[in-house]
Every structure is written in C-alpha cells, then in structure tokens.
Design a protein around this ligand. Sequence first.
Ligand SMILES: [Zn+2]
Length: 141
Amino acid sequence: MLEIENKDRFGKVIADALAKIELTVTDAQNKKRWINAIAKAVVEIEQNGVFMTWQEEDHSLLIWSQKSNNIYTANGVCGCRAFEQGSPCFHRAAARLIRIYMEPETVAAPVKEVNEIPNLKNTKEPVRVEKYGSVRLPVYN
Ligand SMILES: [Zn+2]
C-alpha cells in the first residue's frame, strides 16, 4: 500500500520529471508518450496506490493491475507488454516518481508551487507546518 503523504513534495517530483522529459527527450512522439505515461502514473498512484508496494531493498515498485490481474514490478525495466514493445509505460514512470519521492536527500530541496497539476491541488488548509531542514512544508489530512 502506497500513500502519498506529502502532496507538495510529490507535486514537485512530478514537475521535475516533466521538466526532465522536456529537456532530455528530443523525439516528439517519444516525448508525448512519456508525458502520457507520467500523467497516467500520477492518476494511478493517487487512485490505486492501495495496489502498489514500494520495495526499499531493490528500489522497485510492485503494481497489481486489476485490469489484467498481473503484478508488474518496475525499476527501469518492466514486465508489461508496452515495455516489451519498447514503449514507455506508466509502471516505469510511477516507479521513477516514487523512487525520487522516497529519496531522503531531496527532502530539503525547495518546494515550488505546483498549482498547474489539478489532481494534486490542495483545497484544504494545512493542519500544521513541518520543518525539513531549511524548508517548511504544509501538512494536510
Ligand atoms: Zn510496464
């Protein structure tokens, strides 16, 4: 079971991942596929995180697909059809997002506003503010 507790932090991870695709993927078609994979990964993590498990030992993400009833693991490689065909898949995108989200050393990175990602927009007031190093982050219920 995977739960994103710090949505601001996760939002920054997503924004960085999208920026990196923009900078590093030159093929327009491939770029579009990766952006779609990231977008799907975000939705899946938010809606079906209960069917995902982050494995700290090998930095892989286990994803149980209710649609196919298969379990996929992704940490750069994946066992799904899209990966076999050399296409970006949301499993790999999700594994990368979660890996970066889990990395402790990036906790102190400055958090910028991520209001452009509608699914992650917080409409509630934070219950408290926690301090991570020099950065203060709002905590939501
Ligand atoms: Zn996959």
